[in-house]
Design a protein around this ligand. Structure first.
Ligand SMILES: Nc1ncnc2c1ncn2[C@@H]1O[C@H](COP(=O)(O)OP(=O)(O)OP(=O)(O)O)[C@@H](O)[C@H]1O
Ligand SMILES: [Mg+2]
Length: 279
C-alpha cells in the first residue's frame, strides 16, 4: 500500500467514524407556524455521541421550536434535513418515526410536575413508560427494571417513593424520576429543554451533574436548552447562540467564552458575569 493510499484510508475512516458518531445532525432547518413566516431560519448543527450542545438565546428566539421540529413533535411547517443516529427523520413514515423516537430519543422538560401526571403514583407512571418503550409485559421484570433505573439516578429507596404521587415529592426528586424514565432505553439523543429552571441553584447543579455522569456511561448526545450561561459553560461542550430564529454563533464552549464574535453574545456573557459578581 502506498503512503498516499494509507493516508486516504485514514481520512476515510475518520470521516466514516464521525458520520457514525453523530447523534443528531440538523442541516438548513427552517420552521414556521400557520402564518407561513419562518420563526427559525437555516439552522445547522451537529451533536456527537457523548457531547452536549447548549442552545442559548432570548425568550422567543426559537429554541423550543427547534427541539420540537427536529423530532416532528410540532404542528409547524418544516424544511431542511434532520438525522438522528444517521437516519433521516423526515423521510420516515409516522410508524417508523415513532419507533425511532421510542428507541433512541428521550426528553426532559422544564417542569417535572407538569410532565408527570399529578394524580398517578410514581410506580404506575414509570411502569407504563418503561414497559412501553422496552416492549416488556412481565410485571415483575418491569418493576425490577424501574427499581434499577431509580437506583441509577441515586434513588435507591425506590420502595419508599413507589406509591407516592408527584405532589408528595420535591421538584428535584420528580426531575430524577423524569431522568430515570428518560434513561430506560439507553437513548442516543436526549433533549433537555430548560431541565432545571424550576429548581433551586443547588438542585440544578445536582441534576446536571447526574445527567453528565449518565452521559459518561451511556454516551448519548444532548441538546441542552438553557437561559443560564453559567450552567451552559459548566455542562456543555458546544454552544449555539440563537438570535431571532438564526444561529449567530456556533462554537466550542470555552472558545466561545474567550472570544464571542457577535455583540449579542458579548452581552449575554457580560450579563452572566455581572450576575456572578453580584454574589
Ligand atoms: N404553537 C405555536 N404556534 C404559533 N407560534 C408559536 C408556537 N410555538 C411558538 N411559537 C412562536 O415561535 C417563536 C419561538 O418560540 P419558542 O417557544 O421556540 O421560543 P423559545 O426560544 O423556546 O423561548 P423561551 O426561552 O421563552 O422558552 C415565538 O415567537 C412564539 O410565539
Ligand atoms: Mg422554550
Amino acid at each position: 500500500m502506498t503512503s498516499q493510499n494509507s493516508s486516504l484510508e485514514v481520512y476515510l475512516n475518520i470521516q466514516m467514524f464521525s458520520v457514525l458518531e453523530k447523534a443528531l445532525s440538523v442541516s438548513d432547518l427552517s420552521v414556521g407556524y400557520q402564518d407561513k413566516k419562518s420563526v427559525v431560519r437555516n439552522v445547522s448543527f451537529d451533536i456527537l455521541r457523548g457531547q452536549t450542545l447548549c442552545l442559548v438565546g432570548e425568550s422567543g428566539s426559537g429554541k423550543t421550536t427547534i427541539a420540537r421540529a427536529v423530532v416532528g413533535l410540532s404542528e409547524a411547517w418544516i424544511q431542511g434535513d434532520v438525522r438522528i443516529d444517521g437516519t433521516s427523520v423526515f423521510d420516515l413514515d409516522r410508524d417508523a418515526k415513532r419507533r425511532l423516537l421510542k428507541k433512541k430519543v428521550s426528553f426532559i422538560f422544564q417542569d417535572p410536575f407538569g410532565s408527570l401526571v399529578p394524580i398517578l403514583t410514581v410506580g404506575t407512571q414509570m411502569k407504563r413508560v418503561v414497559g412501553f418503550r422496552n416492549g416488556l409485559r412481565d410485571k415483575t421484570v418491569i418493576r425490577q427494571r424501574c427499581f434499577d433505573l431509580l437506583a441509577r439516578v441515586g434513588m435507591s429507596d425506590a420502595e419508599n417513593i413507589w406509591n407516592r404521587t408527584p405532589a408528595q415529592l420535591s421538584g428535584g426528586m420528580c426531575q430524577r424520576i423524569m431522568i430515570a424514565m428518560a434513561m430506560c432505553v439507553e437513548p442516543v439523543l436526549v433533549f433537555a429543554d430548560e431541565p432545571t429552571s424550576a429548581l433551586d441553584a443547588m438542585t440544578q447543579e445536582t441534576i446536571l451533574s447526574l445527567l453528565q455522569q449518565l452521559q459518561g456511561t451511556s454516551r448519548f448526545g444532548m441538546l441542552f436548552i438553557t437561559h443560564d450561561m453559567r450552567l451552559a459553560a459548566k455542562y456543555s461542550d458546544m454552544v449555539a447562540v440563537l438570535y431571532n430564529g438564526e444561529i449567530i454563533e456556533l462554537n466550542e464552549i470555552h472558545r466561545f467564552i474567550r472570544e464571542p464574535k457577535t455583540e449579542y453574545a458579548k452581552q449575554l456573557l457580560e450579563s452572566a458575569k455581572r450576575l456572578s459578581v453580584a454574589f
